[in-house]
Design a protein around this ligand. Sequence first.
Ligand SMILES: Cc1cc2nc3c(=O)[nH]c(=O)nc-3n(C[C@H](O)[C@H](O)[C@H](O)COP(=O)(O)OP(=O)(O)OC[C@H]3O[C@@H](n4cnc5c(N)ncnc54)[C@H](O)[C@@H]3O)c2cc1C
Length: 448
Amino acid sequence: MDAPNIVVVGGGFAGVEAARGLERSLAPGDARITLVSPTDYQLYLPLLPHVAAGVVTPQSVAPSLRRILRRTELLPGSVIGVDPEAKVCVVRKITGELVDVSYDYLLLTPGSVTRTFDIPGLLDEARGMKTLAQAVCLRDHVIGQLDLAAATSDEAERTARLQFVVVGGGYAGTETAACLQRLTTAAAKRYHPRLDPGLIQWHLVDVAPKLLPELGDRLGASALRMLSERGVRISLKTSVASVTEDKVTLTDGRVLPSRTLVWTAGVAASPLVDSLGAETVRGRILAGPDFKVPGLDGVLALGDAAAVPDLAKGDGSYCVPTAQHAARQGRHAARNVTALLRGQPTTPYRHKDLGLVVDLGGHDAVSKPLGIDLKGVAAQVVARGYHLYALRTGTARFRTGANWLLNAVAGDDFVRTGFLDDREGTLRDFEHTDMYLTREEVTARVRG
Ligand SMILES: Cc1cc2nc3c(=O)[nH]c(=O)nc-3n(C[C@H](O)[C@H](O)[C@H](O)COP(=O)(O)OP(=O)(O)OC[C@H]3O[C@@H](n4cnc5c(N)ncnc54)[C@H](O)[C@@H]3O)c2cc1C
């Protein structure tokens, strides 16, 4: 009999740990493992703000899948639809060609996309912080705004180019605003002494009443104080009403002349979820505590894309979408698939949150390891130590550590790479949310 096919969708925290776990627990003849991913690296998203700020290079946070996985077959592309009855997924290769791939077990770990709302102009003007290209493009854009502001004699244009708006007071938005504010301050001081530093303004906007609610009241307030002292203007209980090429209108009526809106207001599950016909919880696939998707034979869902019950909390809530959960779920899912192949019972996932680290650049940080509140240098040491530990390969750790050191010693040259000059860099441009097939299209293609 042929060995069963295990297909892993996505090469992020959950997918890579699942594939690596399967390689470890199964002998080569036990199963064929295929991982479908549009990239050949595992992106370490928590350090994307450092990439945008130029503190680390893009390669440092993108360890090679081939270095991590030994015998998993890599299929370069994206799964754009699944027919759970025929047990087939439709893969769009990076060339655009469509192929059907059969599976016996399917591990769905496609992660999430930026959550957007029906705000006029948002998809065409806002920039996200979910992919390596978005981080690199944002860096180029921000440096470009300083260069253009310095080159113009039009005061209105200069004002708009030097105001930056970040929406989302969670860790992604707060770190992005903090790291890029340091970049613009340092770049202006070093290369644009004639620009009035008072014109460079960063705004951090969130509809919630607190910053970093995940860290609790005290640390959230500390982060707010650190950022305010650095000149970041924080507007809580506020959102964006509309955005155009050169202005952002807030829900409190203020109109900010600006050519930069960074949108990090939460995540939504991958649009792939829609083609499954599975039950969802706020867009995430409803999975059992052992990741099995009810009603879909052989399908397991985990990571940001899945709503997995948080048994450690035991209050009926679901695991929050973090790398911490995704990686551990990946390892646990590998054990459960191995058990299923051997006709053994699966086990439920349970993990108590270890806390969160938020790096605000320089010596500023807040973190809460194992429930202990830390801020300043101590928090920074914990944050960077955690990132080095969590990066998947020794090479990535070494590159990141060396980059931090180099940046601390030699600073940044603030150059634009220009590689993505022909891309807008907006949410519509980068997140490819329109490539997926509908359920009907998948059925018609697979079953004829
Ligand atoms: C800026 C930022 C900072 C963060 N900081 C932290 C932090 O400090 N701590 C923390 O715990 N979490 C943090 N997170 C959240 C964390 O990164 C996510 O929760 C985690 O990446 C989820 O893992 P995942 O495996 O579910 O998805 P991902 O890691 O996003 O991986 C999904 C993978 O699937 C691929 N993919 C997508 N669609 C398809 C498809 N259709 N077919 C095939 N492959 C597909 C993607 O290319 C990607 O490789 C941060 C996130 C961001 C954006």
